[in-house]
Design a protein around this ligand. Structure first.
Ligand code: 5GP
Length: 120
């Protein structure tokens, strides 16, 4: 569904290991796993384990600054681990116009091919 909501999403099931995912990084706060419908040779989603109202980046409050920083830093760690030495792209889709489909904040890490700009 593309309708914004604060209800649990499929990502909670992935966090709780109720459905399988190809996890590439995990710590106490952050989970990173391969996108089920990859748009590049490397396509990984980086998410907070606790949503805390962060259905999307548009809902960020000052209290979220620490987790937001950790998500970005994790993206860098995972990019390095994936060998994306010639570059990569981070994307956060927000809301219907941003083509967000899962309302649990996530950073897309895309790499392994030449990206295009503007993205369209
Ligand atoms: P959005 O469109 O909200 O920015 O991105 C959501 C992403 O989650 C999409 O790229 C979609 O392929 C991915 N996705 C949706 N459901 C699942 C799932 O069950 N497992 C995994 N690994 N990815 C999912």
């Amino acid at each position: 569904s593309a309708v914004p909501s604060d209800s649990p999403t499929i990502f909670d099931k992935i966090i709780n290991k109720e459905i399988p995912a190809s996890v590439v990084y995990e710590d106490d706060k952050v989970l990173a796993f391969r996108d089920i419908n990859p748009q590049a040779p490397t396509h990984i989603l980086i998410i907070p384990k606790v949503k805390d109202g962060l259905t999307g980046i548009s809902k960020a409050e000052e209290k979220h600054c620490e987790i937001l920083g950790r998500l970005l830093y994790t993206a860098k760690l995972v990019a390095k681990r994936e060998g994306l030495e010639t570059g990569f792209r981070l994307v956060i889709n927000d809301g219907p116009d941003g083509c967000q489909s899962v309302y649990h904040l996530h950073i897309h890490l895309l790499g392994g091919r030449q990206m295009n700009w503007p993205p369209g």
